[in-house]
Design a protein around this ligand. Structure first.
Ligand SMILES: [Zn+2]
Length: 278
């Protein structure tokens, strides 16, 4: 039985059998891969603490008989990303990105660019970059890699380029997948982006990853454009990541945490809602 080694990011863990774990990785050379970590639940030492969400490193695995799930032999953590798991907001962002990759990417199909995008986004999140920056970059570039590059070059309705549009906020048509100039934007387009944001977004989608990840959007622009992609991606990929709901919830709670009075009212209203919907 020959062994294979790969650079990999841990996307998900599931208990299986009495002692084992089913681990989903995003490998650099081979895309998504599910492996069986035998006896991983019996001994934490078995894989040296390398079986935790978002950890990236190297794995060694073997293929058994045809059709059987490959067996994980070794896992070596290169980057633990502890700065993500210790923070609920960062965890929620990472969970959403890894779920997008896990849901959309096919098993066994190489996706090197997407692997590198996820790896650098997780690293930036771990290193303390404000989450809205890698969040926007990851989503924008993931959309392109998945084949759903939004049209930022001209108005979907009249064809005007961003530089030739009437003054005002530019709309974004989620279904149409592109920008709509201020003159054509109707009341239905409630996501409004500034001209500078549209240009900067186009730039980070075009440039190589090394340059793009150094770009900094204003906080407000990153939040607004990040929100556009949170609607755009599920619509065009045809998937609704469960972790997106969790992300939105943590965001709302984070905001309310700084206002204790509101936080208590919010908790109460949540409890009341639960009472209404047993
Ligand atoms: Zn127009």
């Amino acid at each position: 039985m020959s062994s294979h080694a790969a650079q990999a990011i841990l996307l998900g863990i599931q208990e299986t059998g009495e002692h084992d774990l089913l681990v989903t990785y995003f490998t650099r050379p081979g895309g998504k891969l599910r492996v069986l970590a035998k006896n991983a639940r019996l001994s934490k030492k078995r894989f040296g603490g390398a079986l935790d969400l978002f950890i990236s490193g190297e794995i060694v695995f073997t293929y058994g008989r045809r059709g059987a799930i490959p067996i994980l032999k070794e896992a070596l953590a290169r980057e633990h990303h502890a700065g993500i798991r210790g923070d609920i907001s960062r965890t929620a962002h990472a969970a959403y990105w890894t779920e997008l990759v896990s849901l959309y990417m096919e098993e066994g199909e190489p996706q090197e660019e997407c692997h590198d995008l996820l790896a650098s986004s997780l690293l930036d999140l771990h290193l303390g970059t404000p989450p809205e920056q890698p969040h926007l970059l990851f989503q924008a570039r993931f959309a392109c890699l998945a084949g759903f590059r939004p049209n930022l070059g001209s108005c979907l309705k009249c064809g005007a380029p961003p530089g030739g549009m009437a003054k005002g906020a530019i709309g974004f048509d989620i279904k149409g997948g592109g920008i709509v100039c201020p003159a054509c934007a109707g009341p239905g387009q409630n996501a409004r982006l500034g001209l500078g944001t549209v240009r900067q977004l186009a730039w980070v989608m075009e440039r190589d990853l090394g340059h793009a990840r150094r770009a900094r959007f204003s906080k407000q622009a990153a939040w607004t454009a990040g929100g556009v992609f949170e609607a755009f991606l599920p619509y065009h990929l045809g998937i609704e990541p469960r972790s997106l709901r969790f992300l939105r919830e943590t965001r709302r709670l984070g905001l309310l945490d700084s206002m204790p009075g509101l936080s208590a009212r919010f908790a109460q209203s949540r409890l009341n809602q639960q009472g209404d919907n047993p």
